[in-house]
Design a binder for this molecule. Structure first.
Ligand code: PGA
Length: 250
């Protein structure tokens, strides 16, 4: 069975003082039925990993380079993320696809590097509002999935996050039917490409304006194995109810 995952994406938020929120979250969930992950900005990775030692919380990064080392000023490799004490990395978030012109091919190369280094890659996919209104959602999602996910994916090293671009940070959330349609499609595509064993073991997260008051409804959708949460992951007070809702659904 797939273990549920509540993942927090802090984006470019948080300095050392914010680690108190991680400590509070750990205290609130000493032995959860689901996995809990916090992805702080890169400068906080090492301290965050030290902060969660001995707790149920894991730490992840928000991006990595496709190469293990070299002349790439400002970038961080998967090896460096592992060395900092993290186990996961978010890749291909729509903000990186937009701000840094990341293509699915680049995301695939990064995911391969992450998996080879021993990290689990949380690969993000999602349609824009214009693409949804043009009834292109499944075409877009299917293309992003096949192009962004490398062949060495397994249930352990790959997590997929479905994040409609129009739902991120907007307070707009797709209906349970819309989420279920995309997640069912993703599950079928993964099974077709990797076989039923791997295809059924990859966790599928929903992301985009998940809050404490809509989490339970989203977690009841078939093939939703958790959430990737932005704004509502920044404080223990906001994230804890989401973790609790996932715990209850597990
Ligand atoms: P949000 O962000 O929860 O603030 O909408 C989600 C994300 O971008 O991962």
């Amino acid at each position: 069975m797939r273990r549920k995952l509540a993942a927090g994406n802090w984006k470019m938020n948080g300095t050392g003082a914010a680690l108190a929120e991680v400590q509070a979250l750990a205290r609130a969930h000493p032995s959860p039925n689901c996995d809990i992950l916090i992805c702080p900005p890169a400068p906080l990775l090492h301290r965050a990993a030290q902060t969660v030692a001995g707790t149920a919380i894991a730490i992840g990064a928000q991006d990595c380079h496709a190469e293990p080392s070299g002349a790439h000023t400002g970038d961080t490799s998967a090896e460096m993320i592992m060395d900092a004490g993290a186990q996961h990395v978010i890749l291909g978030h729509s903000e990186r696809r937009a701000d840094h012109h990341e293509t699915s091919e680049m995301v695939r190369a990064k995911a391969r590097a992450a998996m080879q280094a021993g990290l689990s890659a949380i690969v993000c996919l999602g349609e824009t509002l214009a693409q949804r209104e043009a009834a292109n959602t499944l075409d877009i999602i299917g293309g992003q999935l096949s192009e962004s996910v490398p062949d060495l994916a397994t249930g352990e090293n790959l997590v997929i996050a479905y994040e409609p671009v129009w739902a991120i940070g907007t307070g707009r959330v797709p209906s349970p039917e819309q989420i279920g349609e995309v997640h069912g499609f993703l599950r079928a595509r993964l099974e077709a490409r990797f076989g039923a064993g791997v295809g059924r073991s990859v966790r599928l997260l929903y992301g985009g304006s998940v809050k404490g008051d809509n989490a339970a409804e989203i977690f009841a959708v078939p093939n939703v194995d958790g959430a990737l949460v932005g704004g509502a992951s920044l404080t223990a007070a906001d994230f804890s109810p989401i973790v609790a809702a996932l715990d209850d659904s597990a």
